[in-house]
Design a protein around this ligand. Structure first.
Ligand code: ITT
Length: 200
């Protein structure tokens, strides 16, 4: 029987991505399956601390092996912003879009902040914190790319419509999930997690 691990996320897109990556290797339990529906606290200023906070929160609640992912989009011309604040980006500061969904607002603000910028280099960084029998282990995955001038595509989630990974001309939102899962930040972090678990 495959080992069961809880993925401590409220983001169903992440759950789908990672469940597909781990199909046949581990059985991933979502929070819904465990009857947990509350927001998981994540109130730190680094991806590492947030991933750790989310994973420990669910581990303490369930006593089961579990991992959490915190991801940020780091844009060079914005000094690394939105980074750890990627989820809250359009709800911070002066530019607010209450009429848009969080993802649409975030993209709109990002494109406005980057208007006219020649340097469009950016990367997604995922930090995964795994808690196994009360001990924490950390894995990181990075995907380098560029921020496009306009959103394109309807697959994926979050900032996917404006992120074009290196050596591609399509945004993540124009690719099918299998392709994103071959090269993404989350895929790389999950591969490191799998290698670790396979060595055990
Ligand atoms: P959990 O904390 O419940 O896991 P979340 O959606 O809050 O879910 P993060 O804090 O890690 O997850 O997400 C930070 C932001 O980055 C958020 O706006 C996401 O939509 C976005 N994001 C994360 N992974 C992404 C990906 O693979 N592609 C595009 N955007 C992504």
């Amino acid at each position: 029987m495959n080992m069961e691990i809880v993925f401590a996320t409220n983001n169903l897109h992440k759950l789908e991505e990672v469940s597909k990556m781990l199909l046949g290797k581990f059985r991933i339990l979502g929070l819904k399956e465990l009857g947990i529906s509350e927001e998981i606290p994540e109130d730190h200023d680094t991806l590492e601390e947030n991933a750790s906070q989310k994973a420990w929160y669910i581990y303490r609640k369930t006593g089961r092996s579990c991992f959490a992912d915190d991801t940020g989009l780091e844009v060079d011309s914005l000094g690394g912003a939105p980074g750890v604040y990627s989820a809250r980006y359009s709800r911070m500061g002066k530019i607010l879009f209450p009429e848009l969904s969080p993802a649409e607002g975030n993209i709109k603000k990002l494109l406005l902040e980057m208007k006219g910028a020649d340097n469009r280099r950016a990367r997604f960084r995922t930090v995964i914190s795994l808690i196994l029998e009360g001990v924490e282990h950390r894995f990181v995955g990075i995907c380098e790319g560029q921020i496009s001038e306009e959103p394109a595509g309807s697959e994926g989630f979050g900032y996917d419509p404006v992120f074009i990974p290196d050596s591609y001309s399509l945004s993540f939102a124009e690719m099918d999930l299998a392709e994103k899962n071959r090269i993404s930040h989350r895929a790389k972090a999950v591969q490191a997690l799998v290698q670790f678990l396979n060595r055990m």
